[in-house]
Design a protein around this ligand. Structure first.
Ligand SMILES: *Cc1c(COP(=O)(O)O)cnc(C)c1O
Length: 377
């Protein structure tokens, strides 16, 4: 089979080719069951095994401690913007740290269910447009009565990533930290001691659209508002092993194959070799470094994010001459580099470098950038 093009989509996004091949081979008959996974009862032994393995593998991959529940839900990150305040706010206040397009959305949605405050923002009068840095945690205005503090640890559209999760206890807050990690989950390790709840849609780094991952500390369950739909009540979902309603069985199966693929990834040789999440993190850092380096040393391309807050997963960049955007994208497609167009709200280009995008994809992109600049710069 000829090599498939490299796919830089922000999501739904590129998948490991080995996973697609395995799913194709198992499509008509999963493990001699006589059924496609799509055709199985979610309560039958075959699918129960698939779901249990997916959960166990994810727990191992992300080193999720036992006092956290892993929930497989639906509705995506956008639904969680409502489901989190419905479950955690108790109708009181919550603090939001505004770092880009996704936290603006989360804050606006939460206002329907609680008093959503802004503890910090990188949008200030007089600033250049766009989101360019993460406000220093020491300056956050955290409220004493907040039921939780919401951050987005990787802003997919604007290309900002927290270098580390904030330590709310050290900042004098008792509130649990809620993290939208949709677009960089499983790309790096998570310090669970700082987290109350983390959520993410699967379609960036975990698998197909339709599955939403929620990892929630057990003591945060059981406080949902009476208006919270039962299917979105974390306690109800947890008590029923994520099978209160029919779960997105196909998406869980494919994500489960991705988890096995992620666990098996290795980087380095001999005694310095690392596996699983450590391997992914090392590879993702190398990929991001290569691309940002190429952008920074060019005269045609520019990225505006503060170097310490640049996302390893989503790299927005602009051509200094916007008239070159269309030929740039056409040439990229011809070179086997797909879906580089930036989000419609910010324009320009965006290269998403998720786990399933190999280093060779970034090397090919960097060669294309330099060749396009040589001809057009
Ligand atoms: C993609 C994304 C979402 C929204 O996901 P949906 O599945 O469309 O609801 C939310 N937050 C972040 C950070 C995202 O990248």
């Amino acid at each position: 089979m000829p090599q498939r093009p490299f796919n830089f989509s922000a999501g739904p996004a590129t998948m490991p080719e080995a996973v697609l091949s395995q799913a194709a081979a198992e499509m008509l008959d999963w493990h001699a069951s006589g059924m496609s996974v799509m055709e199985m009862s979610h309560r039958g032994p075959e699918f129960m095994q698939i779901a249990a393995e997916a959960q166990a593998d994810l727990r191992a991959l992300l080193a999720i401690p036992p006092h956290f529940q892993v929930l497989f839900m639906q509705g995506g990150g956008i639904a969680e913007n409502a489901i989190v305040p419905l479950n955690l706010s108790r109708g009181a206040a919550a603090d939001f740290v505004i770092t880009g397009s996704w936290t603006i959305k989360s804050h606006a949605e939460a206002q329907r269910y609680c008093q959503a405050r802004v503890a910090a923002s990188n949008v200030q009068a007089g600033d250049p447009p766009g989101h360019r840095f993460i406000p220093d945690a020491a300056t956050w205005q955290l409220s004493d009565d907040a039921a939780y503090v919401h951050i987005c640890s990787n802003e997919t559209i604007d290309g900002l990533e927290f270098p580390a999760l904030p330590d709310l206890v050290a900042l004098g807050s008792k509130a649990p930290l809620v993290v939208d990690f949709s677009s960089h989950v499983a790309s790096r390790s998570v310090d669970w001691s700082r987290v109350g709840l983390a959520f993410g849609g699967a379609q960036k780094n975990l698998g197909p659209a339709g599955l939403t991952l929620v990892v929630v500390r057990e003591d945060l369950l059981g406080h949902a508002l009476p208006i919270c739909p039962s299917a979105f009540n974390y306690q109800t979902v947890a008590k029923n092993d994520s099978m209160y309603n029919t779960p997105p069985t196909w998406a869980i199966y494919i994500a489960g194959l991705v988890f096995k693929w992620l666990l098996a990834q290795r980087e380095g040789d001999g005694a310095t070799a690392v596996q699983g999440l450590a391997a992914l993190e090392r590879r993702n850092m190398a990929k991001a470094q290569l691309l940002y380096g190429a952008i920074d040393q060019s005269g045609l391309y520019v990225n505006h994010v503060h170097p310490q807050h640049r996302s390893r997963m989503n790299v927005p960049f602009f051509l200094r001459d916007e008239r070159l955007n269309a030929p740039f994208l056409a040439g990229a497609r011809a070179a086997g580099l797909l879906q580089l167009k930036g989000h419609k709200s910010v324009g320009g280009m965006r290269a998403s470098l998720y786990n399933a995008l190999p280093l060779s994809g970034v090397q090919t992109l960097v060669s294309y950038l330099s060749e396009f600049e040589r001809v057009n710069g």
